[in-house]
Design a protein around this ligand. Structure first.
Ligand code: NAP
Length: 302
């Protein structure tokens, strides 16, 4: 097993990410830096607002200072948002879900790739909702065109209902996570291990925080541990935040490793498997185009 010494993580302040962060430090014994928009007791944090590209650049600088010449063994890009619509725009003028879930993480990856160690693992949290076969009724991604996802008002085929437009922004951003991992697995200078992790259906986290009250209440109630066993009969993809966080930590620590040629890890009823993601998520040309377009959108030049 790899010896993991340094890990940087987004989305470690809440939900399954908070569980993973605790496990990484308490059981994995790693030095962990969270990029977060708020301080978290017991964790080393540095400010990171994923809806501002300037903040991502400042955070990357802070990571390099924190490493002080050491190499980075783990990069966990777990932060995510699910919104009631696709009307929000960041200070950079980009649709908020795409900006937070994909574009900010793309820039962070770009800026931290040179610091990765020769045994590093990068884990990006995706979702089964990227795939019509496992999408739980959410509108599946129609494309991974970064320009249109950044500016959905220019997309002629966009969802007309605000709610479905918000859901589409989310599922498309999760396809982008898979395509980013696909690109990383072929990228010269990329991490030796890149994994897209789907935690399954995890109720009770903060993910419903931007949704209408009714959805927030349902999300919270369904997250009660006593309901897990009966709910699993209806929804085999269901997991508790502890199970999902433990799997995320184990993937980062190298306790769970991908079989040859696999990079999509899906947790279903507490069991991790390595299925095929959707066909678009396996498209190398699409992965390359997203990577290049994302570079242009964040103003990155290699
Ligand atoms: N729950 C599920 O059923 C499910 C299913 C599939 C995939 N996922 C994915 O799993 C990941 C974790 O989700 P979760 O369910 O644990 O939700 P969560 O409790 O809401 O966690 C989301 C994390 O992202 C951070 N974050 C959100 N917006 C941010 C921003 N603008 N800048 C910096 N950090 C930001 C949050 O920080 P704050 O603490 O400051 O809010 C929090 O740490 C997400 O990528 C989500 O899409 C979840």
């Amino acid at each position: 097993m790899r010896t993991v010494r340094t890990v940087v993580m987004t989305g470690g302040t809440s939900g399954l990410g908070a569980v993973a962060a605790q496990r990484l430090t308490r059981e994995g014994g790693v030095r962990l830096l969270l990029g977060a928009r708020r301080e978290t007791a017991g964790a080393e944090t540095s400010p990171l607002h994923l809806d501002q590209l300037a903040s991502v650049r400042e955070f990357a600088d802070a990571v390099h200072r924190w490493l002080d010449g050491a190499a980075l063994d783990g990069l966990v890009l777990n932060a995510g948002t699910l919104r009631a619509d696709a009307d929000g725009r960041t200070v950079d003028g980009v649709e908020t879900t795409f900006a937070v879930n994909h574009l900010a993480h793309h820039l962070l990856l770009r800026l931290l790739l040179p610091a990765l160690s020769t045994r590093a693992v990068a884990v990006l949290t995706t979702s089964g909702t990227h795939d019509p076969a496992t999408g739980a009724g959410l509108p599946p991604p129609r494309h991974a065109d970064a320009g249109l996802l950044a500016h959905p008002e220019r997309d002629p085929g966009r969802e007309r209902s605000p709610r479905r437009a918000g859901q589409h922004a989310y599922t498309a951003s999760k396809l982008c996570a898979l395509l980013t991992v696909r690109r990383l697995t072929h990228l010269p200078g990329g991490p030796p291990t890149a994994i897209a992790f789907c935690p399954g259906q995890v109720f009770g986290t903060g993910l419903a925080g931007q949704l209408p009250l009714r959805s927030r209440v349902a999300w919270s109630v369904l997250g009660h541990p006593l309901l897990r066993r009966p709910l699993r009969r209806l929804e085999p993809a269901l997991n508790g935040a502890e199970e999902a966080g433990a799997a995320l930590a184990d993937l980062t620590l190298g306790r769970l490793t991908p079989p040859p040629g696999r990079c999509y890890a899906a947790l279903r009823s507490g069991v991790l498997s390595w299925p095929d993601p959707s066909a678009p998520a396996r498209d190398d040309q699409l992965a390359q185009a997203l990577w290049d377009d994302s570079d242009r959108l964040v103003g990155y030049r290699s």
